[in-house]
Design a protein around this ligand. Structure first.
Ligand code: ZN
Length: 173
């Protein structure tokens, strides 16, 4: 580069003060491309005011670099969750629950029907009766047994589906 080209470059890359200050942070981070970086460098060499700004920012950066890195505390997630009004949401659960139609409530069906034993036993009986009906000459009473056996499980599942539907509708409304 001869003297003329250099002057030309300087004129081209010359920054005014607002532009220079805007670039200072990136300049210190070293993320500016060469040309802009040179522009800032040249401006700083000639502008005392921006140099003061640069030095101050540089000092801040240096101090930030010396700070120890902090790990998030182990209970960080819990603390964040605790700040969410989740307790209030939970406290309103009875209110929300009241809006579920009573036939969708768990205890609308008698406990014996909800018992795992009844449901499993019923399904086994239903499967047996259905199998016998398919294998045999088609006795109708076997179908009645099958329906009665499957009823607890079917009712509980219908309830469950109903609750889901109610919940979904509420979430949408
Ligand atoms: Zn300046």
């Amino acid at each position: 580069m001869d003297g003329y080209d250099q002057r030309n470059d300087r004129a081209e890359g010359a920054l005014n003060c607002p532009d220079c200050r805007q670039e200072l942070q990136d300049y210190l981070d070293g993320t500016l491309d060469k040309k802009r970086s040179l522009g800032v460098f040249l401006h700083l060499r000639e502008c005392a005011a921006c140099r003061v700004e640069h030095d101050a920012l540089h000092a801040v950066f240096m101090r930030l670099d010396t700070l120890p890195e902090l790990e998030a505390p182990a209970d960080f997630d819990a603390a964040v969750l605790a700040s969410v009004p989740y307790a209030a949401y939970r406290a309103m659960e009875p209110l929300r629950r009241e809006r579920v139609p009573v036939f969708l409530e768990d205890h609308f069906l008698p406990a014996w029907m909800r018992a795992r034993v009844t449901r499993a036993g019923g399904l086994i009986a239903a499967a047996g009766a259905t199998g016998a009906w398919l294998a045999g000459p088609g006795q109708a009473w076997l179908l009645v047994v099958a329906a009665a056996g499957a009823a607890p499980e079917i009712l509980l599942r219908l309830q469950w589906v109903g609750r889901r539907l109610v919940g979904v509708r509420r979430a949408e409304g």
